[in-house]
Design a protein. Structure first.
Length: 308
């Protein structure tokens, strides 16, 4: 597929503090790329450089084939940025916000009117179009903010932690919206602290840690880095049985919750573990198969890097 964002050896230094330390990645057109990292890892700095708000100390960034330093105007025509907090005018209505921003983007009146109607429908804001934004919920403000960023039909949209502060229902609605945009060919660059969000949405994930990208790839590929599936055996209210099971099984024991996490390499392995418990008269309160998660990946990878 066509590469729409290309980042090579990107560095950003403030005084004696190095925020980005030579990061590299590519984003394909129409895909969702997620940049994960703890607070202070450099996520927002990366977004600000890619969206031309600040300059890099060194390295290169191409958006749609245009250099962000040399062809800033061409880059700006192709991108849009939605920050961590909704940037809307609370005194205006939703419709007025869209109309005003359309004119500020130098769109002609007919185009502004057409796009405003389209976006109000697309983002389910028709009924609230003529209401003051100060009456909107957090989820509605977020939807309006993203709608505004799409007025000029950008090829690439940068979403910097778009679901921060939203309730679970609003977050799920935002996930659906992002997926719909991607399905329509918009390239989404997403930063988030919610690992489940990246798992649900991203075609490719990069983990940024202390200014460096330590791993990147599809979610399933990253999960394989932390090993296979595990059998979680719960022996609630069976302290004696848990102690015996801990000796029988080669797994990670959790005394507080009376659980044992056993690696599974095959169906036969599962059968053998359960048979061993049965032969020793141990009946688990519950068993479940636990697959590796992005939480496991993030914790293990960043832990390894900190210890190096």
């Amino acid at each position: 597929m066509e590469t729409v964002i290309s980042v090579k050896d990107l560095e950003k230094v403030y005084g004696n503090h190095s925020v980005l330390k030579g990061i590299n990645f590519e984003v394909e057109r129409g895909s969702v790329f997620s940049l994960l990292g703890e607070n202070g890892a450099g996520k927002t700095t990366t977004v600000h450089i890619l969206s031309t708000l600040i300059s890099a100390t060194s390295g290169s960034v191409l958006i749609g084939g245009y250099d962000t330093r040399k062809d800033t105007d061409n880059v700006k025509k192709r991108i849009s940025l939605t920050g961590q907090y909704a940037a809307v005018d609370e005194l205006l209505t939703g419709k007025e916000n869209l109309m005003m921003m359309g004119r500020l983007n130098h769109l002609d009146r007919q185009t502004v009117k057409k796009r405003t109607i389209e976006l109000l429908h697309q983002f389910d804001l028709v009924n609230a179009a003529n209401k003051s934004v100060k009456t909107y919920s957090g989820g509605m403000r977020r939807r309006l903010d993203i709608a505004i960023s799409l007025l000029a039909s950008p090829e690439v949209i940068f979403l910097d932690e778009p679901t921060t502060g939203l309730d679970p229902r609003s977050r799920n609605n935002m996930w659906k919206l992002i997926q719909e945009l991607s399905n329509k060919g918009v390239t989404i660059f997403l930063t988030t602290q919610y690992l489940e969000e990246a798992d649900q949405l991203a075609d490719k994930i990069a983990i940024l840690h202390e200014g460096k990208i330590v791993e990147q790839g599809p979610a399933e590929t990253l999960k394989k880095l932390v090993g296979e599936e595990k059998l979680e055996i719960n022996l609630a209210n069976q302290k004696e049985s848990w102690s015996i099971a801990k000796q029988l099984l080669a797994g990670k024991a959790d005394e507080k919750n009376l659980t044992i996490l056993v690696p599974l390499s095959s169906v036969n392995s599962l059968r053998e573990q359960l048979q061993l418990l049965h032969e020793n008269g141990i009946e688990p309160a519950s068993i479940s198969i636990r697959k590796p998660t992005l939480d496991d990946v993030f914790i293990q990878i960043t832990k390894i890097k900190k210890s190096e």
